[in-house]
Write a protein of this length. Structure first.
Length: 219
């Protein structure tokens, strides 16, 4: 008989839902979902929350269900994967995506297919203007290795509880530092030392020219 975790993973996959999206919909931490699916969870709570988010009953989640019954048409609706928009405070204490409490995330944006576990940060300030404007959303890939970075790559680095994104500069002698893209921004150069921790590479950016404010719906 399949375990709860096996059923959870099977139904989630049939629903074309990532762990991050399921965490968003259910309010259950992604790390808890991951532990349930791998059998590492110490308790099997949150069954009702997860079942509701998946569109099945708690009993179906516990005992399993024929995933063919979950497909209502021959052509499944294509829904984009979503990535969380993290705060710079969260980025400042970032260790991995699974450690982030997704129930605290208020905004999600579409995620490219080739960027698993990526997340967005909302640009603040003018340190990288005019290439990046305040309010832009940069997409960060945390799975890229720091040793693979090349001079000119844009990276997110945290130091203590602060995070920043700048251009990585690697000199011919091997020395490295961060540089703001805006030449008028001070300080323009940030030294890299042993207290700096690499978070990920900036791989994409979204800029909204206009976004209407959400209005309350009338009953």
């Amino acid at each position: 008989m399949a375990t709860l975790g096996e059923n959870l993973r099977k139904i989630r996959k049939a629903k074309k839902m990532t762990q991050a999206v399921l965490a968003q919909k259910s309010g259950v931490k992604q790390s808890v979902i991951s532990d349930l699916e791998t059998g590492n969870a110490r308790n099997t709570g949150f069954v009702v929350e997860l079942a509701t988010a998946l569109g099945v009953t708690a009993e179906e989640l516990k005992k399993g269900v024929d995933t063919a019954d979950l497909i209502t048409s021959n052509v499944a609706a294509i829904k984009p994967n979503m990535a969380p928009v993290l705060s710079w405070v969260q980025a400042g204490v970032f260790t991995n995506v699974q450690a982030v409490d997704m129930s605290q995330v208020e905004e999600w944006l579409p995620l490219p297919d080739d960027c698993e576990d990526c997340f967005y940060l909302k640009v603040q300030g003018l340190s990288n203007y005019p290439t990046f404007h305040e309010g832009d959303y940069i997409l960060v890939d945390p799975h890229v290795q720091y040793c693979d970075m090349q001079s000119g790559d844009l990276v997110v680095v945290r130091k203590h509880d602060d995070a920043t994104f700048k251009r990585l500069v690697i000199e011919t002698d091997g020395s490295r530092y961060l540089q703001a893209l805006n030449p008028d921004f001070k300080p323009n150069i940030i030294p890299l030392d042993e207290e700096c921790v690499f978070v990920g590479e900036v791989v994409d950016c979204i800029r909204f020219v206009y976004r209407a404010k959400k209005k309350p719906r009338k009953n």
